[in-house]
Design a protein around this ligand. Structure first.
Ligand SMILES: *Cc1c(COP(=O)(O)O)cnc(C)c1O
Length: 395
């Protein structure tokens, strides 16, 4: 029984920065969410690619409960064990050498740009410029809005911090043309998530790596969305034949508990005591959960499930492209996928799917994105694509 009109209270108390559908979520388990009326939904939004192990996975719940009863927070003035343990796991399972923990993707990317600027002061005559891509997404802080190549996110907040240029994605010549003596880093997502699931061409990424090497630039890969097995390998760079100098993580790392991480190779890890910090970053609670998520992802080989189920989802979505003239393209990597629609009916499709019990995300009126928990099976894909098939048939 519904006793409170939460959406009305939202209008009274909260800032209106996002449009929400009417249901109020109260419980989650695995790939499913329940609203307050008891209705269940198959969740192919996954908390925006955060709930890698699904909702309320026992490993995550246990880690929270046990760590909460032992030690939740100290300042970073003291050593705590989970932070060092999680750093060790990330370094041992990546090509990066050093980790700094923070609380979100935007904060990790801010740290990446600060690290690159300090590197520029030491190694490149104070070069500070960062080249990023149009339709990229790096977060909502002022500097990351400048790095995010979407005018819609930038225009209300000008003047933006200096030192950022945005050029077309998958266009090596555009990066070369934008590089000058002030440039210190190139920052891209291996797959543009928010921008519509645009996969970087391996030749493009390799070309960027060469360009960085030839010009003394740092390659920053924003794996906030693609990291933690989302694309079928623990990190997306593994499939693209390059090693970044700097990598950022957040979304999936805490399985729903806020955490971000900035990783760098030794040569780029130029912070010294006092250069950078974060009050909550790396606290024992968040890091203990990160350890639990990473152990679960690694020991249960979640990445290979992503490869298999991701290929199956791709096949099923491709069948919808064949079946409906409305659906014009399918793309993605692993369990980060999208379809393009004609006629800008994205929000109607999302709403009808929700009414039928399937949650999906619209990145633009013509593009729907799928980022389910990484623990789903083919049966979940069948259920989701059957609902989508039925809904698309109505348009
Ligand atoms: C979500 C996202 C961010 C921002 O992360 P927040 O935790 O919302 O600050 C940055 N980069 C990418 C690629 C993302 O998908």
């Amino acid at each position: 029984m519904i006793t409170t009109a939460w959406p009305d209270l939202e209008k009274t108390y909260l800032m209106y920065n996002i449009k929400r559908p009417p249901m109020v979520m109260v419980r989650g388990e695995g790939a499913r969410l329940w609203d307050e009326t008891g209705r269940d939904y198959l969740d192919f939004v996954g908390g925006w690619a955060v709930n890698v192990l699904g909702h309320c996975h026992p490993a995550v719940v246990n880690a929270i409960q046990q760590q909460a009863a032992r030690l939740i927070h100290t300042s970073n003035q003291y050593y705590t064990i989970p932070q060092i343990e999680l750093g060790k796991i990330l370094v041992q399972n990546s090509v990066l050498d050093r980790v700094f923990f923070c609380n979100s993707g935007a904060e990790a990317n801010e740290g990446a740009v600060k690290l690159a600027r300090k590197y520029g002061k030491i190694h490149k005559n104070g070069a500070y410029g960062v080249i990023s891509t149009l339709k990229g997404f790096h977060g909502r802080t002022l500097a990351m809005v400048a790095a995010t190549g979407k005018p819609h996110y930038q225009i209300p907040y000008t003047p933006l911090p200096a030192g950022f240029v945005n050029v077309p994605f998958n266009d090596l010549e555009a990066i070369k043309a934008a590089t000058n003596a002030e440039t210190i880093a190139i920052m891209i997502e291996p797959v543009q998530g928010e921008g519509g699931v645009n996969v970087a061409d391996p030749d493009y990424i390799k070309g960027l790596r060469h360009w960085c090497d030839e010009n003394g630039l740092l390659l920053i890969l924003d794996e906030v969305q693609t990291g933690i097995a989302r694309t079928g390998t623990l990190f997306a760079y593994e499939q693209m034949g390059v090693e970044p100098d700097i990598m950022t993580l957040a979304k999936g790392l805490g399985g729903g508990v806020p955490i971000g991480a900035l990783l760098a190779k030794q040569h780029a890890a130029v912070f010294e005591p006092g250069d950078h910090g974060s009050t909550f970053g790396g606290n024992p609670l968040a890091c203990a959960v990160g350890v639990a998520v990473m152990n679960e992802v690694l020991t249960h080989n979640i990445a290979s499930n992503v490869v298999q189920v991701g290929a199956y989802l791709a096949e099923k979505l491709q069948a919808l492209v064949q079946k409906y003239p409305l659906v014009v393209a399918e793309r993605g990597l692993g369990l980060l996928r999208a379809i393009d629609l004609q006629d800008g009916v994205g929000s109607e499709v999302v709403n009808r799917c929700a009414e039928e019990g399937l949650l999906i995300n619209m990145v633009s009126p013509n593009t729907l994105r799928f980022m389910p928990p990484l623990i789903i099976s083919q049966a979940h894909v069948d259920e989701a694509t059957e609902i989508l098939d039925q809904v698309l048939g109505e348009f």
